[in-house]
Design a protein around this ligand. Structure first.
Ligand SMILES: [Zn+2]
Length: 258
């Protein structure tokens, strides 16, 4: 009974805190409340804890050595403050799976939920930590060295961060939901695979623009107060769409396999 009042209050508090601390925009925090409530009613507190670990760790990594990331962030479509589209790309699927779990209570839905969060965590850790790599990353498309922060580029540090990001969620899920050891591995491997898909989509189809004023390559649709022009990829595949597909694919694979 107490849970039914306490948890929603906690979700609202966390979303407001996220806004105050500049992790979320106003639309992002309202969307986060919706997603938190759906997860709360579908899977319950344990689902919320897993989402909370993803959100808290990603937010902390995003402020870690923020100054060193400034130059690379010029490339990204949006700043580090998450708006509703980013929150939906990361949490919409999690909320949907949660609600389905609330109705059907099958193991595969629970594993799909954990895999989805593991992918999101793996992706976020990889980009927030990988961007700090001392060595410049390699593009998986051209196999050449590219600028830090380029989508579709890999570094040893980023890959290790991706492994750790997936593993943390896999271990937490294993403990919280009393899973089998084999399920821990499934969550870990599929979570990491989601990050691999994200990297390849980033390299091959994600939209890359060029600023005609300063010549910088960016994911932003405008730069130096002018519209940028598409030089690679497809307009449809912005960062949110790529994130959504790479999170969606491993979770769906789990549901189809069971
Ligand atoms: Zn420019």
């Amino acid at each position: 009974m107490i849970e039914s009042i306490l948890l929603p209050s906690f979700i609202i508090f966390a979303a407001i805190l996220g806004y105050v601390l500049h992790f979320l925009t106003k639309s992002g925090s309202v969307t986060a409340i919706g997603i938190g409530l759906l997860i709360c009613y579908g899977i319950g507190m344990k689902g919320l804890i897993i989402l909370g670990i993803f959100f808290a760790s990603s937010s902390l990594w995003s402020v870690y050595r923020r100054k060193d990331k400034m130059v690379a962030e010029e490339k990204h479509e949006k700043g580090s403050r998450r708006d509703y589209q980013q929150v939906l790309a990361n949490g919409g699927m999690a909320a949907l799976i949660s609600i389905l779990y609330g109705f059907f209570q099958t193991d595969s839905l629970l594993i799909a939920f954990c895999v989805f969060i593991a992918t999101s965590n793996s992706d976020t850790w990889a980009s927030e930590i990988g961007i700090l790599s001392k060595k410049r990353p390699y593009s998986v498309r051209t196999f050449s060295v590219v600028e830090r922060g380029t989508s579709g580029a890999v570094s040893l540090l980023g890959t290790m961060a991706a492994v750790m990001g997936a593993l943390v969620i896999a271990i937490t899920s294993y403990v919280l939901f009393h899973l089998e050891l084999s399920e821990l591995w499934v969550i870990f491997i599929f979570g990491f695979l989601g990050n691999v898909i994200d990297t390849f989509l980033g390299a091959y189809v994600q939209a890359v623009y060029m600023c005609s004023s300063c010549g910088v390559e960016t994911e932003k649709v405008s730069h130096c107060q002018r519209r940028t022009s598409l030089i690679r990829g497809r307009t449809f595949f912005n960062n949110d769409v790529v994130n959504f597909i790479s999170g969606f694919a491993p979770a769906i694979a789990i549901l189809l396999m069971h």
